[in-house]
Write a protein that binds this ligand. Structure first.
Ligand SMILES: Nc1ncnc2c1ncn2[C@@H]1O[C@H](COP(=O)(O)OP(=O)(O)OP(=O)(O)O)[C@@H](O)[C@H]1O
Length: 341
């Protein structure tokens, strides 16, 4: 049957899997379909001028295993033979990796697709449930991850297969809802006049909220970084930081609820990335679920949809490992994203 959507069911072992973020690159090798991934120390992308050098020094020089395949998840659009990363200087050149590093196959997918693969395959021990609702098996799921930016992907189940649906859902519009929002929204920094979700829901967005709260309260901002905001929220020392995190989880609930409606994600909404793990107690306050369920006329549906924080420290790698082991379970389109020797 002719198809424009190539799905690959053969990945030769050993497989190098890699999650290439703006700041960190995480690698592991799967020697075969049954082995646990052999993880390597996390590398700072700034420490290596190229990804090839990072793989050679940080992985290949440290093992006798010679990977035949590489599956990499990257933050950025995958087009052509030179893939630029959004938040770092590395350029991925799969053809060069094949000739210089000895791979037979290189597959490059989107980082939130990898988070989607994780949401389809992680065990309950890596999922912390927030609020009510139950997973309805074999129905759509959504992953939302505030990090350096706001990543989103859907996960559709059809024909006994999980299809990750990468997109740019982090850039949807946000609007005011509460009286306080109407005070704060004019103070939020915009992108070309727009308060997109990513303007508020990422590390930079947390600072945007914090500065607006301080301005509205007429106080000088004390915290300089998202880590300081969460630290001052945790010890209760700065009321503006406390309100910032309350607003952050409220906005996250709103966006997560909207995305659940878009995908009718009865399989759950999965919160990914480092920030949500740092603010778990705030997510467990009623605010997050209240905002998530506040979706008239469909609040009753939202109440039945569970939300989870992904607690696996290397979730994207875990998703890539699940895909490498049993590609047939996942409808990862490889057309234009797979290079062969
Ligand atoms: N303790 C903290 N509390 C809140 N935000 C934090 C904290 N530490 C770091 N951040 C923010 O988290 C964001 C990075 O998120 P995350 O750790 O999920 O990385 P990422 O977006 O996956 O990027 P990469 O994969 O490049 O490391 C940055 O904006 C950073 O300022």
């Amino acid at each position: 049957m002719p198809t424009s959507y190539e799905i690959d069911h053969t990945i030769a072992f050993p497989v190098l899997i890699g999650d290439i973020g703006g700041t960190n690159a995480r690698f592991a090798i799967l020697s075969d379909a049954y082995a646990e991934p052999k993880e390597f120390p996390i590398l700072a992308t700034a420490d290596f001028s190229t990804i090839d050098e990072a793989i050679q020094t940080g992985v290949l020089d440290k093992t006798s295993l010679q990977p035949r395949s590489a599956i990499l998840a990257v933050a950025g659009p995958i087009k052509g033979d030179e893939i630029d990363l959004t938040n770092c200087d590395w350029v991925i050149r799969p053809k060069v990796m094949i000739s210089d590093l000895g791979f037979e196959n290189v597959v490059v997918i989107n980082d939130f697709e990898a988070q989607g693969l994780a949401a389809a395959s992680l065990g309950q021990e890596y999922l912390k449930k927030v609020g009510g609702g139950e997973i309805r098996p074999s129905t759509s799921r959504v992953v939302v991850g505030p990090g350096t930016g706001l990543g989103v992907s859907g996960l559709v189940h059809a024909r006994h297969t999980w299809f990750p649906v990468p997109g740019e859902g982090g850039h949807v519009d946000m609007g005011p809802r509460s009286k306080r929002d109407y005070e704060l929204f004019p103070l939020y920094e915009t992108i070309e006049g727009r308060v997109s979700a990513e303007q508020l829901l990422c590390g930079r967005g947390m600072m945007n909220i914090y500065r607006a709260v301080c301005k509205a309260n007429g106080v000088k901002p004390a915290a300089k970084t998202p880590a300081e905001v969460t630290a001052h929220w945790a010890d209760g020392s700065d009321p503006a930081a406390v309100e910032t995190i309350e607003l952050f989880v409220t906005y996250l609930g709103r966006v997560a609820g909207d995305l659940a409606l878009v995908f009718m994600a009865r399989g759950g909404v999965y919160l990914a990335g480092g920030i949500v793990q740092k603010i778990l107690p705030a997510l467990n306050q009623p605010r997050f679920r209240e905002a998530f369920e506040d979706k008239a006329p469909h609040s009753q549906i939202l109440k039945t949809i569970p939300t989870f924080v992904i607690t696996h420290p290397l979730a994207a790698l875990s998703g890539l490992a699940a895909y490498a082991r049993t590609p047939v379970r996942f409808g990862v389109a490889t057309e234009g994203r797979r290079w062969k020797a």
